[in-house]
Design a protein around this ligand. Structure first.
Ligand code: SF4
Ligand code: SF4
Length: 155
């Protein structure tokens, strides 16, 4: 379900030229009401719930309700980042149930902001024309990538 801003927590990123959520949204959805100094998602139907705005918001003002495939419907899922870990808090709609928290290490050994998005995978023009996927064949752990069989092999 799309992201939404809890207005009482949003300070409009007053100290920044551009709000953090505007900067990070890959779909250019987050918008600032400059009179109220509150951000909002201007087209929830276009939100792909990537959680980028949720992760970057310095005041934890943005939430996304997780789908029922990983939390009960209506639960909010909030990440809190540190340089070492990311802590996810699941708050159920029934506030009498204690929130659940899960902590995972971030990419250790890579300085913050220095992660290479494409790592060692090729990204040249010829690779874009290749019928294989970006991480193939290396990602398949074999030398040749997907193998086309003319008939179903017998095992
Ligand atoms: Fe408000 Fe958070 Fe967006 Fe900043 S990043 S404008 S605090 S919702
Ligand atoms: Fe944009 Fe992702 Fe936030 Fe949706 S969840 S508003 S796509 S940054």
């Amino acid at each position: 379900m799309p992201s939404f801003v809890i207005a009482s927590k949003c300070d409009g990123c007053k100290a920044l030229d551009k709000t953090a959520c505007q900067y990070i949204c890959p779909n250019d959805l987050m918008t600032l009401n400059s009179q109220l100094m509150k951000a909002y998602n201007r087209d929830p139907s276009m939100c792909w719930e990537c959680y980028s705005c949720v992760k970057i918001c310095p005041t934890q003002a943005i939430e996304v309700r997780g789908y029922a495939d990983f939390v009960p419907l209506g639960a909010s899922v909030t990440p809190m980042r540190s340089s070492e870990d990311i802590l996810w808090t699941v708050q159920f709609r029934n506030k009498e149930i204690k929130p659940k928290r899960f902590k995972f290490p971030t990419r250790r050994g890579v300085a913050e902001g220095k992660a290479q998005p494409f790592d060692h995978f090729p990204t040249g023009d010829a690779d874009l024309k290749s019928p294989t996927l970006m991480s193939e064949p290396a990602g398949l752990n074999n030398e040749v990538g997907p193998v086309k069989f003319d008939k179903i092999p017998t095992l």
